[in-house]
Design a protein around this ligand. Structure first.
Ligand SMILES: O=C(O)[C@H](O)[C@@H](O)[C@H](O)[C@H](O)COP(=O)(O)O
Ligand code: SF4
Length: 629
């Protein structure tokens, strides 16, 4: 099937607007590769330090100088169920590469925040910034420059985007991503959400809620809803950085270990052959394929931010208009919670990644002429792994969905359009995920109830003040204000208001979780309120219209919104967002960070090569006490 003309046109536009930044990136990667293998540049002292901690056998292998050394960057910790399995991955990798005459070292570790642990807590204000810190940490690991390839161990929300960004700074190397896989299914996600909604109305006690939560999140592996973590997996697959269909294989299984070993050996093969670098795998076409994979599966809204920063790391410039136009022609092929009732285990059983890859390729929705770690073309990702007599074997994935309630062919999608939309108007530009919102709930026009904190909004809910048609506006939640936290703790309250039959929508310059769902939410509103964005002019009672079908986010009957004075953030909120829970460590991030639509990043906040004399005047409304302290 020929490539869809809109996919071709959007790709061409991205190539054109990225021409300078992409050429600059490739020039730098060519220079890095041209300067020779990292280890060849190490002095004897550097080299001795690099390998002093290795076994004698590995030291002897490494001394040969021609045998590849694999740098593992790991985001292991015990806080994320999804990352706990990584504790033992380095041993699996070392054993695998020794079998092919190579060596592997843990080049370094990165932070990893579990958004489920910090959801609704002050620590969530460090979550988005942790992505760039992870990128920097991956850079610190790989800058030891003793490696011929990279192997990145990460799964969750900001971690894969950060590892992706950090690895691209070493895009002259081959890089492979290796996931840990989802935990086995627990109680249905819809049951979890039901108990939460009942708890929000004081209908069940805390013990009941706790038992429900533990029934949902119960063992090592990624949470099984289709949130940001599992959206990451889908994108690493169709971005060509995974072994095919490795994303949703459970941890602690023979197949998982075999795939981890295969990923490590593939990285060594690529180091030996010079067949492709990460800079060759990640280009405009693969970024478009990642966007389409996200849209076709109802993936996380967080990637409307992360993908911009991830693409920028490869010199590729994208924005929400590109995503919106791709969404308008991307068929919705999967219904996985919060976009349906199934979880990722059921998704994979119904045909999973290989089915999605094949359907999108055959329908012309993705580029097939791409470079992946498996070679030229996307067809390798139509295959699935299995173990036969203890050996890893590959076979074609299913050609028909095994459950049409979960997975559909492109010829009969759940929706002719993808899950994400751009909405805009006099309130700015924002993103909304409609795949989890019933059509009858996608247009809301109602009076605004304006808040600065989740706590104030939840208190108004508990006081019964929101049981009416209402647009809940939560502002001063943008990246410069407080790090742009996820505000998913409001989801149960919003769903209760909707379930009572009221028209309800949520509008914020903050974020929601990839697991957020059924109430319409226009999020990431740019420019943010603290930067003087329109949300700072909104007053209680203003009529706001959110029309996800028409792509509209606007006030109604407010003659000149910006003529009003800018509402200032309360001193308590400003103070609270600057100190405590480590927030005082991130004042510079809040000061420099770009807008949500620019990827909310500090990594590319200044022009490449600038001398750091950022001449962008600080925001007149922005008073960060940590900077002055
Ligand atoms: O973007 C995401 O996917 C979320 O950040 C997710 O990683 C987070 O942990 C959710 O908050 C978990 O969902 P619950 O909070 O509903 O358990
Ligand atoms: S999916 Fe979210 S809650 Fe689950 S382990 Fe990852 S970050 Fe934590």
């Amino acid at each position: 099937m020929a490539l869809h003309p809109t996919v071709a046109a959007v790709t061409a536009r991205i190539i054109e607007k990225s021409r300078e930044t992409r050429a600059d990136y490739i020039r730098r990667m060519d220079a890095a590769r041209g300067s020779g293998a990292g280890r060849a540049k190490l002095s004897c002292a550097n080299w001795a330090h690099a390998f002093a901690g290795q076994t004698i056998a590995d030291k002897l292998t490494a001394m040969d100088g021609s045998k590849p050394n694999l740098g593992i960057v790991t985001a292991y910790n015990d806080m994320l169920s999804a990352h706990q399995p990584f504790e033992r991955f380095p041993d699996v990798v070392r054993k695998a590469v020794r079998e092919v005459g190579a060596t592997a070292q843990v080049a370094g570790g990165t932070p990893a925040m579990c958004d489920g642990v910090t959801q609704g807590r002050p620590g969530m204000e460090l979550s988005l910034f942790s992505r760039d810190l992870i990128a920097m940490s991956a850079g610190i690991a790989l800058t030891h420059d003793a490696f011929d390839a990279g192997l990145m161990l990460g799964v969750c929300d900001k971690i894969v985007p950060g590892l992706f960004m950090g690895a691209l700074a070493f895009g002259h190397l081959p890089v492979v991503f290796a996931p840990a896989g989802p935990m086995p299914s627990g109680i249905p996600n819809a049951e979890k959400a039901r108990v939460r909604a009942e708890y929000a109305q004081n209908k069940v006690d805390r013990q009941t809620l706790l038992e429900s939560e533990i029934g949902s999140y119960h063992s090592p592996g990624t949470c099984t809803f289709y949130g940001t973590a599992n959206s990451n997996q889908m994108m690493m697959e169709l971005g060509g950085l995974h072994m095919p269909s490795t994303a949703f294989v459970h941890p602690d299984t023979g197949l998982r270990d075999a795939l981890t070993a295969a990923a490590a050996k593939r990285a060594v093969e690529l180091a030996r052959s010079g067949e492709c670098r990460m800079a060759d795998v990640i280009d405009e076409k693969s970024i478009v394929n990642m966007i389409v994979a996200l849209l076709a599966t109802g993936g996380s809204t967080n990637h409307a931010i992360h993908l911009v920063a991830m693409a920028r790391a490869a010199g590729v410039l994208i924005d929400w208009t590109d995503m919106d136009e791709l969404s308008s022609v991307t068929p919705l092929l999967a219904r996985v919670y919060p976009n349906g009732s199934a979880d990722v285990n059921a998704f994979q059983a119904a045909g999973g990644v290989a089915f999605i890859a094949r359907e999108l390729a055959m329908a012309g929705n993705i580029h097939t002429d791409v470079t992946t770690i498996m070679g030229q073309g996307i067809q390798a990702y139509f295959q699935e792994p299995s173990m036969v007599d203890g050996e890893l074997v590959w076979r074609d994935g299913v050609q028909e969905s095994l459950d049409l309630d979960i997975l559909r062919p492109a010829s009969n999608p759940f929706d002719k359009e993808g899950g994400l939309r751009l909405v805009q108007g006099d309130l700015g530009r924002a993103v909304i995920k409609i795949s989890a919102v019933k059509p009858e709930n996608r247009i809301v026009q109602a009076p605004a109830a304006v808040f600065e904190t989740q706590e104030d909004a939840l208190q108004a809910f508990r006081d019964g003040k929101l049981f009416r048609d209402v647009v809940v506006v939560l502002r001063f939640q943008g990246p410069k204000a407080n790090g742009m936290p996820e505000l998913h703790s409001l989801s149960p309250a919003l769903s209760v208001i909707q379930d009572k039959g009221f028209k309800v929508a949520f509008v914020t310059d903050g974020r929601m979780s990839g697991a957020s769902g059924k109430t319409p939410a226009a999020i990431h509103v740019s420019p943010e309120a603290l930067a003087g964005g329109p949300l700072a002019h909104v007053q209680d009672g203003d009529i706001i219209r959110l029309d996800a079908e028409a792509g509209v986010l606007t006030t109604v009957g407010v003659p000149d919104l910006t003529a009003r004075p800018l509402a200032a953030r309360s001193a308590a909120n400003a103070e609270g967002s600057s100190w405590g829970y480590g927030r005082e460590l991130f004042g510079a991030f809040r000061h420099v960070v770009t807008t949500a639509e620019q990827g909310a990043t500090v990594c590319f906040a200044l022009p490449t090569g600038s001398r750091g004399n950022d001449d962008t005047p600080p925001n007149p409304n922005f008073v960060d006490r940590t900077v002055d302290a």
